[in-house]
Design a protein around this ligand. Structure first.
Ligand SMILES: C[S@@+](CC[C@H](N)C(=O)[O-])C[C@H]1O[C@@H](n2cnc3c(N)ncnc32)[C@H](O)[C@@H]1O
Length: 223
């Protein structure tokens, strides 16, 4: 049977070949830190590569970034999806934000030990951030309506990358029902089950909303 890394490489052909070595080193550092700080649930750490890394890497199939793209990972926790994305997109600049200092110090250490020069970390609540970004990413932070209200002011409009500037949110469950309760319309729904050819990811998605859609949450009156 092929190793977990061979499986990932087969399923994720858009991950640059030169990224895999750093991704393997990242997994070692995550396991080392997870002994001390709860970044990934202890019972799930054996499945780190499949359950946590693979869904973050799945975005590489759809998202191609131009040089100098700016991405903010909000509620990054132990650095997901921010660190794996920073490894795969060295041409882009990543800001990783979390309100919990203990987690941010881990992310800082991991980024330094991986020599990721395109990563900046911030220990703050996202609502206090002022800079502008092409993309916001988030995974398992809060419900979509609240998240959209926090992050909308951080987004630039534009469409020079393969996806229009906007929000990429990793979400499981009945996302169509949740999205139906929003005024922002989904721009694209990426099925992780399809991208990763694995039934474990049934009902798990990466949701893309272009920036303009997020303004519907505040500018349109309810019908
Ligand atoms: C469930 S964890 C998910 C962490 C990571 N994204 C992952 O997928 O493993 C949610 C994280 O969001 C952070 N968070 C929640 N609200 C936040 C806010 N307003 N600003 C910054 N971080 C926040 C929490 O501190 C926590 O680390």
């Amino acid at each position: 049977m092929s190793s977990v890394w061979e499986q990932l490489q087969e399923r994720l052909p858009a991950v640059p070949a030169e990224s895999w070595e750093k991704l393997a080193r990242w997994a070692e550092l995550m396991r080392e830190w997870n002994e001390r700080v709860n970044l990934v649930s202890r019972k799930d750490i054996d499945q780190l590569e499949i359950h946590h890394l693979a869904p973050c890497l799945a975005v590489t199939t759809d998202l191609k970034l131009m040089n100098g793209a700016r991405v903010i990972d909000v509620g990054t926790g132990g650095g997901l999806p921010g660190i794996p994305m920073a490894i795969c997109y060295p041409q882009a600049r990543f800001t990783l934000v979390d309100s919990v200092g203990k987690k941010i110090r881990v992310v800082e250490d991991i980024a330094a030990r991986l020599d990721l020069k395109n990563v900046e970390v911030r220990n703050c609540r996202v609502e206090t951030m002022k800079s502008k970004f092409d993309f916001v990413t988030g995974r398992a932070v809060t419900d979509l309506a609240a998240f959209i209200n926090w992050i909308r002011p951080l987004l630039n409009r534009g469409s020079k990358h393969s996806l229009a500037n906007g929000l990429l949110y990793w979400r499981g469950g009945d996302v169509q029902a949740e999205a139906a309760g929003l005024r922002s319309r989904l721009t694209r729904t990426i099925s992780l089950e399809e991208r990763l050819a694995d039934p474990y990811f049934e009902s798990k998605y990466i949701l893309h909303f272009r920036t303009e859609e997020l303004y519907r949450e505040v500018t349109e009156k309810p019908v």
